[in-house]
Design a protein around this ligand. Structure first.
Ligand SMILES: [Cu+2]
Length: 471
């Protein structure tokens, strides 16, 4: 950091409070000192100490950027730079981001605020920042070559505009976009309403995260930036399950979750146990007559979706992308399907040639969560996460909404696993099974077969013998 002057004090990121009262006139002529973050913990909401009041958001495994008020203008300082992002415990990625992390910090402002963002480029190549979804003067739109010259390495640019429209937005580079977004350059932007409006309800909890994807080979650190579709890491805010924090709420809370997609494909985001409405998009609040109940909403590339629900059902409810490949971590895509194939003799033969060779998936891939398989350094297992009943067998875009009667207002701490009422957990059937009755007809009454049925083609399937663990 080039400027170490003491004009921009902040009282520790954990509290997130900004002591902006002590800013001198001389200091105001200078840049606000950049605030940086090294960890991937979810920071408590940053309560606004200056400027218009608002109800802050919680950025999943992220944080909100402090600001200073300078003669009525809200000033932020973003630093584009290489960062190390812990994607899950035991796995660090070398990315590009803002202010020490990828994604960058969330920027929160209030409708009508005049906002000035200083952007310092500490990348090895030029960049620019596009304020996705905002109404602003064309020259502030951040498209290199089209609306501004690129920000060269070492240079600082100023963006300034009024946040006209309340809503959910993003920021990302519009310079060497494929590389810079594949490297993790993106951030969230929330413009809060300045006055109550019927279309933007007050909520008790307001979470946000971005969807992004990376292709990092097991054992390496840097994403392959040319990958277009076959990514191996699918992330909420550049974190993968089990590294994604749970969303902890109080029973009865009105909960809002804002999701933006800066990956290369769409993500149907699915919530268990509740119905929600999409209350807003990048274009603004959805009129009430246009809302309908959902349990899954597709967030297409470059879109934002803002969902809301009353968290009235206690429990540990999965919240995840419904593309099952997106709830897997690295190594998931080049595995042969061997379900039902008896290859027990084959493994021994191959082992004679390749001692480390491992046969997998004779009964499905769940075995892999239990396998003591050696994996390269700096890699997380493909499907993992210990729950109260065993492995969750998930990875990637998966986390848990924890709804508890006893969660205090404003408490975002993890309440631990849900304690189920007696008799309310799926359990094994203990008695004998009746023989199944099988339908005798071949084609159904509407379209009966004209000819005699052919001899059925037989598929030989190895059925599991005995209990789990027999191999
Ligand atoms: Cu997905």
């Amino acid at each position: 950091m080039s400027s170490r002057r003491d004009f921009f004090k902040y009282a520790g990121m954990a509290g997130g409070a900004v002591a902006a009262g002590a800013v001198s006139r001389v200091a105001l002529a200078a840049l606000p000192e950049p605030v940086s973050q090294t960890g991937a913990a979810t920071m408590a909401p940053l309560q606004p100490a200056t400027g218009r009041p608002y109800n802050p958001v919680v950025t999943l495994n992220g944080w909100t950027l402090p600001w200073r008020m300078n003669q009525g203008v809200k000033e932020f300082h973003l630093v584009a730079e290489p960062v190390v992002r812990e994607m899950a415990p035991g796995f660090k990625a070398h990315l590009w981001g803002y202010n020490g992390q990828s994604p960058g910090p969330t920027i929160e402002v209030v409708e009508g605020d005049r906002v000035r963002v200083f952007v310092t480029n500490r990348l090895p190549e030029h960049t620019a920042v596009h304020w996705h979804g905002q109404r602003l003067p064309n020259g502030m739109d951040g498209v290199t070559g089209l609306t501004q010259p690129a920000i060269a390495p070492g240079k600082t640019f100023i963006y300034e505009f009024v946040a006209h429209r309340p809503g959910t937005f993003m920021y990302h580079p519009h310079a060497d976009e494929m590389v810079q977004m594949a490297m993790g350059m993106m951030g969230f932007w929330v413009t809060h309403p300045k006055a109550p409006t019927p279309l933007i309800e007050r909520v008790d909890r307001d979470f946000c995260f971005l969807l992004s994807s990376y292709d990092i080979e097991p054992g390496s650190y840097t994403p392959k930036i040319a990958t277009m579709t076959d990514f191996n890491l699918w992330t909420f805010n550049s974190r993968i399950f089990p590294g994604i924090d749970s969303l902890n709420v109080r029973r009865g809370d009105r909960v809002r979750i804002r999701i933006g997609n800066l990956s290369m494909t769409n993500h149907p985001i699915h919530l268990h146990g509740h119905e929600f409405s999409v209350t807003g998009t990048d274009g603004g609040p959805v009129p009430k007559a246009a809302r309908w109940p959902e349990v899954t909403t597709d967030v297409a590339v470059g879109q934002m979706r803002q969902i809301e629900f009353i968290a009235d059902a206690e429990g540990d409810w999965a919240l995840h992308c419904h593309k099952s490949h997106h709830t897997m971590n690295a190594m998931g895509h080049n595995v042969s399907t061997l379900i039902g194939v008896d290859h027990s003799g084959l493994a021994r033969k191959i082992n004679n040639l390749i001692p480390d060779y491992m046969v997998m998936g004779e009964r499905g891939m769940a075995d892999m969560t239990e396998m003591e398989m050696p994996i390269p350094d700096n890699t997380v297992p493909m499907m993992t996460g210990e729950g109260p009943f065993g492995s969750v067998e998930m990875g990637g875009m998966f986390t848990v909404l924890k709804v508890r009667a006893g969660q205090k207002p404003g408490d975002y701490g993890d309440p631990g696993w849900f304690k189920h009422p007696a008799g309310a957990v799926a359990r094994e059937w203990g008695a004998a099974l009746a023989e199944p009755s099988r339908a005798a007809s071949a084609g159904g009454q509407a379209m009966p077969r004209r000819d005699a049925p052919a001899a059925p083609a037989e598929v030989r399937v190895r059925k599991p013998a005995g209990g789990h663990g027999a191999h």
